[in-house]
Design a protein around this ligand. Structure first.
Ligand code: UDP
Length: 353
């Protein structure tokens, strides 16, 4: 197939600003390219990749939809990069069998019926905006095969909606299994309020445990606030790393702790941890509910309950790290991910398998 992908509009591809969807795009592209398909990725200028052919376009980045109020009107920066990306896609659509937008923005959904080449959408977050919900749900009604999402719990945040559930996957060869943990825990994600960093700070202060924090520093003021509120917390901000570095640094953690305050659409960090043999302890909220096998590859605890997190940490040695790796191999390989996406694309284009 000849495929045109449209990247997230909140940051240049390859910088990590876009969060987990960047890894998903990279992994899907890697598989498709290996299988001999053609993929071009349209992305904001400054985007980088060693392997994916990128068409980088100038334009103003969009703000994070989750930072606005739910009832906010749709806002467009002047010279919007989404406008530029959709304009480009419109001009050259005839060269492709399918266009897939990974942008969580109003315009690409709205434009779906105006394109002659099928335009599909991978929705990377749960519901955060009434106006976006409306255009996503309308698109799904008109084109029931054209919406892809990570998880069922994510899809449910939009009410009743036709969506292909595609989960996620990673290149397992890039993640080293680590049988023996060292004496620290990890927390991985954008440093942003929806990720609930304050809860891990509180937990660290309460139990005196060391927690290494990996991820894009999206909000410096939020980081400071978490540190100030829990001065006894032993959090160390390690930085933002590429996949190879990230897995080597967090692979020896006793567990990954996830404290999402929103309905996490998936949580790529959970499957990255499992691939290294790291158990996942998470609030039972959003994507991790569909990933973690409770008592077997981690623990799902009552959301926002620090005592419950502490009790789970106490039991972490009961989890066999080899089972974590095995689950990643069984459910989240690159091939499984790529084949799910290909099946979705064929459903839309009616291409033979
Ligand atoms: N990540 C990374 N380097 C780091 C920390 C995180 O590349 O040092 C990536 C991680 O691999 C994952 C993403 O950041 O793909 C976080 O995605 P997730 O799905 O967990 O949450 P999101 O940011 O999309 O809400």
């Amino acid at each position: 197939m000849d495929l045109l992908f449209i990247s997230t509009s909140v940051g240049a591809f390859g910088t990590g600003i876009g969060g987990g969807v960047e890894l998903t795009i990279a992994n899907v592209c890697q598989y498709l390219l290996e299988k001999g398909h053609t993929v071009h990725l349209v992305a904001p200028s400054g985007s980088v990749s060693d392997t994916i052919p990128i068409v980088a376009l100038p334009g103003a980045l969009h703000s994070f939809a989750q930072n606005d109020r739910r009832d906010s009107p749709i806002q467009f920066p002047s010279n919007s990069v989404v406008g530029a990306m959709m304009d480009y896609a419109y001009q050259i659509q005839g060269r492709y069998d399918l266009i897939v937008s990974f942008a969580y923005d109003w315009l690409p959904f709205y434009l779906t019926s105006f394109f002659a080449t099928p335009l599909a959408h991978f929705v990377s977050m749960g519901s955060v905006s009434a106006a976006l919900d409306r255009v996503i749900v309308q698109t799904a009604r008109q084109f029931p095969r054209r919406i892809g999402m990570y998880t069922h719990v994510q899809a449910q945040t939009f009410g009743t909606i036709a969506a292909q559930i595609l989960s996620s996957g990673i290149d397992l060869d890039r993640y080293e299994f680590r049988e023996e943990p060292e004496n620290f825990y990890s927390w991985i994600g954008r440093i942003a309020p929806e990720k609930g960093l304050e809860d891990v700070a509180k937990l660290s202060e309460k139990l005196g445990i060391a927690v290494k924090i990996f991820g894009k520093m999206q909000s410096e003021s939020y980081w400071q606030e978490c540190c100030n509120r829990f001065p006894g917390a032993k959090l160390s901000y390690e930085g933002f790393f590429n996949t190879d570095e990230l897995q080597s640094r967090m692979g020896a953690s006793r567990a990954l702790i996830m404290t999402p305050k929103w309905v996490e659409a998936f949580g790529n960090v959970a499957i990255e941890a499992l691939a290294c043999g790291v158990p996942v302890i998470s609030y039972a909220r959003g994507g991790p509910v569909e990933i973690v096998r409770h008592n077997e590859t981690g623990f799902l605890v009552e959301p926002d309950n620090i005592e419950a997190l502490a009790a789970a940490l106490d039991r972490v040695d009961s989890i066999k790290r080899s089972k974590c790796r095995r689950q990643a191999e069984q459910e989240y390989s690159l091939e499984a991910l790529g084949e799910r996406f290909l099946a979705w694309f064929r459903l839309i284009t009616n291409a033979p398998a």
